[in-house]
Design a protein around this ligand. Structure first.
Ligand code: FES
Length: 71
């Protein structure tokens, strides 16, 4: 059973799948929550999503570093 998407940014209706897709296709250039918003075509508003997005960026960077180390 597929897990439904979860909103990360309620103000801009950005869900976790969209964030992960942006991070996966950003080639490392998307390294801040503001960059995620820009890639999604919007701007941060209330800012409550910024810590969650920062955590998702760190996860992606850590996974990428492990993948490079394993090469
Ligand atoms: S939840 Fe993202 S700006 Fe408000």
């Amino acid at each position: 059973m597929e897990v439904p998407p979860v909103f990360v940014c309620v103000c801009n209706a950005i869900n976790d799948r969209t964030v992960r897709e942006i991070l996966a296709t950003g080639g490392g250039g998307v390294d801040t929550p503001a960059a995620i918003h820009r890639a999604a075509g919007c701007k941060p508003q209330c800012g409550r999503c910024l810590p969650e997005m920062a955590g998702m960026i760190r996860e992606t960077q850590t996974a990428s570093a492990f993948a490079k180390a394993a090469d």
